[in-house]
Each structure stands twice: as C-alpha cells, then as structure tokens.
Design a binder for this molecule. Structure first.
Ligand SMILES: CCCCCCCCCC(=O)SCCNC(=O)CCNC(=O)[C@H](O)C(C)(C)COP(=O)(O)OP(=O)(O)OC[C@H]1O[C@@H](n2cnc3c(N)ncnc32)[C@H](O)[C@@H]1OP(=O)(O)O
Length: 194
C-alpha cells in the first residue's frame, strides 16, 4: 500500500515528542474536551462519543462504536465518519503535549469495511515535532484491540494560539464556552493549559 505524501514525512531536524509532565496518567480516560464536539461530546445525539484513554509516552487508545446514524452503505460505517474517528483520536494526542493544535492534513487508508455495531479499537501516537508542526499516526482495528486493521491515518497538526478559535468560531458558542464556570472544562474546550 502506498505511503503518505511528502508533507507527512517529518524533516530530518524533527524531534521526538515530549509528554507534558501534567498529562493524564497512562490508563486515564481523557473525557470529552467539549460537550458539543461531534467526535467526543455527549451533547451531540448522533456524534461519535469516542472515548480516548492516555497511554505511555505520547500515545493513546480510543474506542468508537459504529451506530446506525453513522452508516454510508447499508449496514456499514460511512468513510467520512471513520475519518472523523481517526481525526478525533489524533487530535486528542495533543492534550498529552498540552499544545493547542488543529488538523492541517489527514491521510486515511480504508482497509476493511466496518459494520454497524462494530467497536473500532484505535491506537495513536505522535511520531515527531518540529516548530509548530506535529506529526502523528493512528490505526483502527475491529474484532478486538488485536483484530485486523480496518482503517489507518497519518496526520500533520499545526499548533495555533487560542485566538484561532476566538477569532474564527461563531461568537455564540465561543461566548458560551468561555463563560463556563468550570475552569477545567473552559480550558479543555480549546485544549489550553489550565
Ligand atoms: C481545540 C481542541 C481540538 C481537540 C481535538 C479535536 C480533534 C479534531 C481536530 C480537528 O479536526 S481541527 C479542525 C480541522 N482543521 C482546521 O480547521 C484547520 C484549518 N486550517 C487553518 O486554520 C490553517 O490552515 C492552519 C492553522 C492549519 C495553518 O495556517 P497558519 O497560517 O497558522 O500556518 P502556515 O500556513 O504559516 O503554515 C505553517 C507551516 O505548516 C505547514 N502547513 C500548513 N497547513 C498545511 C497543510 N494543510 N499541509 C501541509 N503543511 C501545512 C506550512 O507549509 C508551514 O510550514 P513551514 O513552517 O515549514 O513553512
């Protein structure tokens, strides 16, 4: 299978990622970073409700159960939904670095069809960092954490300042997120150091 594009090959001067000292302990559930996130929030009726758990180093595991609302072909997960699960999993890794970053590029291989009711078992890790760029990779398996690979992705995240969201997001949601009395939830909505 073809490997990814040149933009997803870290340069020679890229460095190994460093887990932030305040990152959640290995095994700890990350929880939703924002209630209305389609990938992980509980406030989206048809959202993925993906659950990610910190791993060792800058790695994590995640699970997503394909529901009927996630179909593309009859009885099968939509490819865009699977890409969303990969994007959410990869995006969650940045919480272990305590960096605010958005997806710049996401390249996905769809290896096997994923039926409704299947649990997709994901693993992900940051592979390299250079300046504002963060390279990461994820794999999704079915039939169990050691089952056959169904999807995989490589990605480049770009670190941004919190103003990225404040300046570009719809004011209504930005205001609501910033006025959340819970400081930790307020911070996590934008993945900012609390
Ligand atoms: C907040 C919490 C999130 C928690 C998890 C959520 C998981 C889901 C994650 C997402 O889905 S985030 C939403 C989807 N992504 C976006 O909406 C991003 C939209 N794009 C942008 O806002 C800008 O294009 C971006 C911030 C990514 C880059 O713009 P900048 O003006 O800041 O950067 P610039 O264009 O100067 O590029 C900086 C470097 O990155 C490189 N780069 C930027 N975009 C790239 C790209 N798409 N592909 C490859 N390289 C890219 C660029 O070539 C350059 O490399 P060099 O430094 O080596 O010159």
């Amino acid at each position: 299978m073809s490997r990814t594009s040149a933009a997803l090959e870290p340069p020679a001067d890229a460095v190994r990622p460093v887990r932030h000292p305040d990152a959640p302990a290995p095994g700890e559930l990350l929880g939703a970073h924002y209630e209305h996130c389609f990938g992980c929030g509980g406030g989206q009726p048809h959202g993925l409700r993906l659950e990610a758990r910190a791993g060792e180093g800058v790695t994590l595991t995640a699970e997503f159960t394909v529901r009927p609302a996630h179909q593309g072909a009859p009885g099968l997960a939509h490819g865009g939904v699977l890409a969303t699960a990969l994007d959410e999993t990869l995006g969650s890794l940045n919480w272990l670095l305590r960096k605010i970053a958005v997806t710049g590029r996401l390249e996905t291989d769809f290896v096997r069809p994923v039926p409704v009711d299947t649990v997709l078992h994901l693993t992900a890790e940051v592979t390299a960092v250079a300046g504002r760029k963060i390279w990461s990779t994820a794999t999704g398996r079915i039939g169990g954490p050691e089952g056959p690979v169904a999807v995989r992705a490589d990605a480049l995240f770009i670190e941004v300042k919190v103003e990225h969201f404040i300046d570009n997001g719809r004011p209504e949601e930005i205001r609501a997120a910033m006025n959340d009395p819970d400081q930790s939830r307020r911070a996590r909505a934008f993945e900012v150091n609390p």
